[in-house]
Design a protein around this ligand. Structure first.
Ligand code: 13P
Ligand code: SF4
Length: 391
């Protein structure tokens, strides 16, 4: 396992890459390999006293507190979320709560940054564990993106390129897109945002997830694979950009990247009639072989609307798939990959950290606050607002 520490505005974030197959099982020490100062004297998450402490702290904070939970969070954390959602829904929900003094974000760092950008100066956004980063977001740094843009300028195409960044990126990448006439997208609106972009330019620089960019361009906008060119920040080259419509940043999700075409073929052999439902962060060959593709919110809705007795193989993060299996005992729900793989950074937020964050707020101490500097926040907000205004 490789540990990468990057300093971002508001804190030091440690994310992991080259993830082991099974991560942070219940028996594991929840405080190992942490880069932050949660005191570590709290009992394990299964301790009923800890549940009671979380309930007491929430009750004490009342309407001053709003807890957001991404669908990949652990059950013990989701139990305390006021709202759960995909990244698009959570961004909207954060923006819609001006009355809450504290937004506790149970998700990952880029989501909390976006919440800080979309909320007022009087509100504090708290990420219960600063080690909850996203390895995909870390695959595009500001300097690398600037270098890429300069290369596109030298190649004489930059004025025809609209930069679009996936929500899974740092605030300064969002700000870069805002400054250069671009926008943010999420897995639930990538098609509409790309259509918006192609009304403004004839090329898109898509950051940082090559798979979401390629899948949306080919599946939803009818482009060919030849319309897409890959840009590697480690081997910068503008070869092919003059003819390409989509310039795809060479980044990916280390969790969704594990699903393979063989997993899809194998599950179809094992479960006759199974429908394969995957997240668009999966590789193109996986998406092409699947029946349905969409955001975490779409995956949940599809299962809710599916008839009893139907069979599903789902290619997304394991906490969500396990929850879906429990919520739909009348349907067969299988994890698409045979080996277990949680998103290790989403899993960093556990009940001990949540209790620590909430009890600190009760004592009047704001811990792990995520803040974005005013200049970055301004331009990132421009890019986020463009996304939010696209119908
Ligand atoms: P959603 O916006 O679909 O919830 O995806 C967020 C994410 O990080 C997926 O890996
Ligand atoms: Fe990032 Fe992938 Fe985890 Fe989503 S699942 S937060 S993209 S590492």
């Amino acid at each position: 396992m490789i540990s990468v520490t990057s300093t971002k505005r508001g804190g030091s974030v440690t994310t992991t890459m080259g993830l082991p197959l099974f991560v942070l099982g219940k028996g594991a020490d929840p405080h190992s390999e942490r880069g932050v100062d949660c005191p570590g004297e709290l009992p394990p998450a299964s301790d009923p006293e800890l549940v009671a402490r979380a309930e007491r702290a929430k009750a004490a904070l009342g309407d001053r507190l709003f807890v957001l939970g991404h669908h990949y969070q652990r059950d013990e954390v989701i139990a305390f979320a006021d709202v759960t959602g995909d990244s698009f829904k959570l961004a909207r929900e954060a923006a819609a709560r001006p009355g809450a003094d504290y937004i506790v974000f149970c998700g990952v760092h880029f989501m909390a940054e976006s919440a800080d950008i979309l909320t007022g100066d009087h509100q504090a956004v708290v990420l219960p564990d600063l080690a909850a980063g996203c390895s995909m977001a870390d695959m595009a740094t500001f300097d690398q993106v600037e270098e890429c843009w300069e290369a596109l300028e030298d190649a004489g195409v930059a004025d025809r390129v609209v930069p679009i960044t996936y929500m899974n990126s740092s605030a300064d990448i969002k700000a870069f897109c805002g400054r250069h006439g671009g926008a943010v997208c999420t897995s639930s609106n990538a098609k509409r945002v790309l259509e918006w972009a192609f009304e403004r330019g004839d090329k898109v620089l898509f950051l940082p997830d090559q798979h979401l960019g390629r899948n949306t361009a080919v599946r939803d906008l009818g482009m060919s694979l030849e319309d897409c060119v890959l840009y590697s920040p480690h081997h910068p080259s503008t070869k092919g950009v003059a003819d390409a419509k989509m310039i795809l940043w060479k980044g990916h999700c280390s969790v969704h990247g594990r699903f393979t075409r063989e997993c899809v073929d194998d599950v179809r052999r094992r479960i006759p009639g199974v429908q394969v439902l995957v997240h668009p962060e999966c590789r193109h060959e996986v998406v092409t072989a699947s029946d349905l593709v969409g955001s975490t919110e779409f995956i949940i809705r599809t299962l809710e609307e599916a008839p009893a007795g139907s069979s599903w193989a789902i290619g997304t993060e394991l906490n969500l798939v396990q929850r879906l299996a429990r919520a739909h005992p009348d349907k067969s729900v299988t994890f698409l990959d045979k080996s277990v793989c949680y998103c290790s950074t989403m899993n960093r937020i556990d009940l001990p950290h949540l209790v620590w964050a909430l009890e600190s707020l009760v004592e009047g101490k704001i811990v792990n606050q995520i803040t974005v500097d005013a200049e970055t926040a301004h331009w990132a907000r421009v890019a986020l607002d463009r996304m939010l205004s696209i119908p």
